[in-house]
Design a protein around this ligand. Structure first.
Ligand SMILES: [Zn+2]
Length: 258
């Protein structure tokens, strides 16, 4: 019994230090506040089909990336809305329509997250290669050395209040940190759900929507439409459900890491 008190005291110190650190971080970072909104972006749409491929399995199948991404985003939004009624789920598009990259990013960048809340952005795509060999999933984040501007003459008042307390360097550092935490959480869920798939990892890439959303953002390439095995899975309801559940799980794992 004599050893219990010091152990309990140490635990209390650890809890207090931990909570004060967490409190400090959430106070200074506009990107790590509780998530109020998830923006889901189905890649491509309308006259932009994204990657396409014709396959001959039991019958000829013509796959278009824009249809796969919309299907996945719709399923993912249903799962998230059921799991977390307290979170707003916003789709950049919910039909086969074309959207400019700026307009997609603006759905996240121009949305007032509300006081004490933050937003995350997830873009869903299917990969393609000139060779049929590459397969698997990957999670893209913006390049950490890509510096974003959070304040300019056009920003609304809520954004000034949100971003004016930090320097541009600090805001960029805080956003990069959240991006990497988010991407890692997503990759872990993908690897867990699809152990047979090739895990191509987390990659920094110069992607327009990831640079312009100005909130923690990942782009998930769910598989290669140009690879027969990956593409076949994209036609299967069980795979689509599992992928949607995984995307939702990755978002929730980032939102609730403990
Ligand atoms: Zn794409």
């Amino acid at each position: 019994m004599s050893g219990r008190a010091p152990v309990i005291a140490l635990c209390m110190v650890a809890i207090l230090v931990g909570s004060s650190l967490y409190g400090t971080v959430s106070k200074v970072s506009p990107f790590s506040l509780p998530i109020g909104t998830v923006v889901l972006d189905a890649g491509h749409g309308g006259h932009d089909p994204g990657a396409t491929a014709s396959w001959q399995w039991d019958e000829p199948v013509y796959l278009q990336e824009k249809a796969i991404t919309l299907d996945l985003v719709r399923r993912t939004s249903d799962i998230l809305r059921t799991a977390r009624a307290d979170i707003d789920v916003v789709l950049t598009r919910d039909s086969d329509t074309y959207m400019a990259l700026q307009d997609r990013a603006d759905v996240a960048a121009k949305l007032n997250p509300g006081v004490g809340k933050s937003i995350v952005f997830v873009s869903v795509h299917a990969n393609s290669s000139p060779s049929e060999e590459p397969s698997g999933f990957e999670v893209l984040v913006k390049q950490t050395d890509k510096r974003l501007r959070f304040l300019d003459a056009q920003v609304p008042d809520w954004a000034i209040a949100r971003f004016a307390n930090q320097t541009a360097s600090e805001l960029n550092r805080l956003l990069n940190r959240e991006n990497l935490l988010f991407a890692t959480a997503m990759r872990e869920q993908m690897a867990k759900s699809f152990p047979q798939a090739r895990d191509r990892g987390v990659k920094e890439q110069d992607v327009w929507v990831l640079n312009a959303s100005k909130v923690p953002s990942v782009l998930v390439e769910v598989g290669f439409i140009s690879n027969s095995d990956d593409a076949y899975l994209m036609t299967q309801q069980t795979w689509l459900d599992r992928m949607a559940n995984t995307l939702a799980a990755g978002i929730l794992a980032y939102i609730n890491p403990y």
